[in-house]
Design a protein around this ligand. Structure first.
Ligand code: NAG
Ligand code: NAG
Ligand code: NAG
Ligand code: NAG
Ligand code: NAG
Ligand code: NAG
Ligand code: NAG
Ligand code: NAG
Ligand code: NAG
Length: 500
């Protein structure tokens, strides 16, 4: 009898095991396409005629992909540099701090709007962002700062070809590209992501004692974005010579954003409204997502990899399906007829990471408040910069959460939502860009409003919820230390910037 029981228990165990394996396989099969690394430069020539038709001819140059020189071999050109060369180039650019076109558009003033753009490798989107910036009114009075974590001559030459305003490039110096076999890249002796603690200790791998809150070890590519975001903010506010006396607004954009032509006008309007109706609004925001579902691409990606229970997996799959369905109508202007109208609304509400992370704007005073609490940002076990900032916002001693004032009719759009892996025709760059173009065309009569109506909202329960724990991915003390170190660097003496 006991033997029989044993056998049936064994049978159940085997069946369970097989089931788990099956779930694993199904999951990995459906994720296969998503998880592949996308380090190569994304620079395709698939701008459709439809999109091109709505771009002024003089701006087509920013969309022209020059074919890789097929005749001459790559080595003949100044060609792909090796790591040593790239590091040298980065050091040189960072210390020279050249501002292109300063001779034409005049020096940076204390109130010049500085637009900082975080750039990785998605060149196709960057081209369209540049085209949109070029069409914005008063863009010639701004400074564009492109912050790169991937050094590439094609990206560089595109950025340097910008002639409609002042341009500066800064290069994140701790990138995976320049540290391929060492921290902050992947050190061969780093613990495998899924190693168990005991196993890791036995392996004596570098970070054995510091898994994240889910028990996983660091993945360089997931930590880089937060590092880069933090580094560039520190760089712009604390280190660049041209910002030493700057007190104006700093706008944070990413390579796959797209701006409306009146975004600078709206910025001034938001600022004026804030000064009048909401002096404690520390953050301005130019874009909300058109749908309220979470767009968090990287967040979703990582969540998928977590060790979920079967029920959670089913739930995640349903959520994903729902998201996909909504995505097909996400850009439908008709659904939002009153966003752009005669009386345009701005909303004053508690700042929330996933809702208000696009086209964020704040000034040095606010930055100081953030930098003072760098531990809340750097030591929080979450690899998302926006969630880390939310954590900081919720843990300010003697101060309220950040409040944001935002345009209900977005002036910044996310065009890179489904560009990388989805080859489906309803989800390529041209399709999304075309929709944004049309949306803005329809909204044109309502752009440049002379005033706005402000509403105050307490935000939904979800948005006021206190973060209890982070999303993980930031358990490694080296990441926390590197992040903290970035705040310690100040302005160097001007003479350093001279480089031979
Ligand atoms: C890119 O597309 C345009 C228009 O479709 C075409 O004229 C051009 O030759 C293409 N360039 C390359 C490198 O394929
Ligand atoms: C480029 O170099 C490769 C090998 O180095 C050679 O086989 C090829 O013919 C070259 N192509 C041209 C166009 O010179
Ligand atoms: C291609 O390379 C050859 C030889 O290096 C050079 O003469 C030519 O100008 C290049 N063409 C382009 C389009 O860069
Ligand atoms: C990188 O290239 C330069 C020349 O461009 C060469 O002097 C140097 O030795 C190379 N370094 C490595 C590590 O290959
Ligand atoms: C900005 O600079 C101008 C003169 O260059 C000065 O008058 C003004 O007070 C400064 N504003 C701030 C906020 O520092
Ligand atoms: C910076 O932003 C804060 C908060 O929005 C605002 O109170 C302050 O006036 C701004 N500083 C300047 C110099 O504009
Ligand atoms: C999840 O983790 C637990 C313990 O860490 C492990 O026993 C289980 O096999 C894991 N499940 C999957 C599907 O990886
Ligand atoms: C993108 O979608 C458009 C139609 O919306 C189609 O004409 C084009 O071929 C697609 N491009 C790619 C690369 O799939
Ligand atoms: C941080 O700075 C300290 C002191 O300069 C240095 O010893 C340490 O290696 C740095 N840590 C990282 C991760 O860069």
């Amino acid at each position: 009898m006991p033997r029989l029981k044993y056998a049936s228990v064994l049978r159940i165990l085997v069946i369970l095991g097989l089931f788990c394996l099956w779930v694993q396989i199904m999951l990995s099969a459906s994720n296969g396409g998503l998880e592949r690394d996308n380090e190569e430069l994304m620079n395709s020539n698939d701008t459709s005629e439809q999109v091109l038709a709505l771009v002024p001819p003089e701006l087509h140059k920013y969309l022209t992909v020059h074919p890789k020189n097929a005749s001459g071999n790559a080595t003949e050109r100044t060609g792909p540099k090796n790591i040593t060369d790239i590091r040298k180039a980065i050091e040189k650019y960072n210390s020279a701090q050249i501002i292109h076109n300063e001779d034409i558009y005049g020096p940076v003033q204390n109130d010049t709007i500085i637009i900082v753009i975080q750039v990785h490798t998605r060149l196709t989107y960057l081209r369209h962002l540049i085209v949109s910036l070029a069409q914005a009114k008063d863009i010639d009075r701004t400074l564009l700062v492109f912050s790169h974590d991937y050094y590439d001559e094609e990206i560089n030459s595109l950025v340097r070809s910008i002639d409609f305003t002042k341009v500066m490039q800064i290069f994140y110096p701790y990138s995976i590209q320049t540290h391929p076999n060492e921290f902050p890249g992947v050190d061969p002796n780093d613990c495998p992501r899924d190693a168990k603690l005991e196993q890791a200790i036995k392996l004596k791998c570098n970070n054995a004692l510091h898994p994240d809150l889910h028990g996983h070890y660091r993945e360089a590519k997931y930590t880089q974005t937060k590092h880069h975001w933090w580094w560039k903010a520190n760089r712009v506010f604390n280190q660049l010579h041209c910002t030493a006396a700057h007190t104006g607004m700093v706008v944070f954009l990413e390579e796959d954003h797209y701006v409306a032509e009146d975004f600078i006008h709206m910025l001034h309007l938001l600022r004026a409204t804030a000064d009048k109706s909401c002096p404690h609004c520390e953050i301005l925001c130019l874009g909300t997502y058109l749908k309220t579902y979470q767009y968090h691409l990287t967040g979703d990606k990582r969540k998928k990899q977590l060790n979920l229970s079967y029920i959670q997996q089913v739930r995640a799959a349903n959520e994903e399906r729902r998201r996909r369905q909504m995505e097909t109508q996400a850009w439908n202007y008709q659904v939002y007829p009153n966003l752009y109208s005669n009386t345009q609304k701005v909303e004053i509400t508690p700042w929330h990471s996933s809702m208000h992370n696009m086209g964020m704007v704040f000034n040095r005073t606010v930055w100081r408040g953030i930098a003072e609490l760098h531990e809340q940002f750097c030591a929080y076990d979450d690899y998302n910069w926006d969630y880390s900032l939310l954590h900081l916002s919720q843990n300010r001693p003697r101060r309220d959460k950040f409040r944001v004032i935002l345009c209900k009719g977005p002036r910044v759009f996310h065009i890179g939502e489904c560009g990388i892996h989805h080859k489906k025709s309803n989800c390529n760059a041209s399709t999304v860009i075309s929709k944004v173009q049309k949306l803005l065309q329809n909204a044109k009569p309502y752009l440049f409003p002379s005033r706005v109506a402000a509403t105050v909202s307490a935000g939904g329960a979800k948005h006021n919820k206190r973060l209890t724990k982070g999303n993980g991915g930031w358990g490694d003390v080296r990441d926390q230390e590197l992040c903290a170190n970035m705040t310690k660097i100040g302005r160097e003496a001007r003479s350093y910037s001279y480089y031979t």
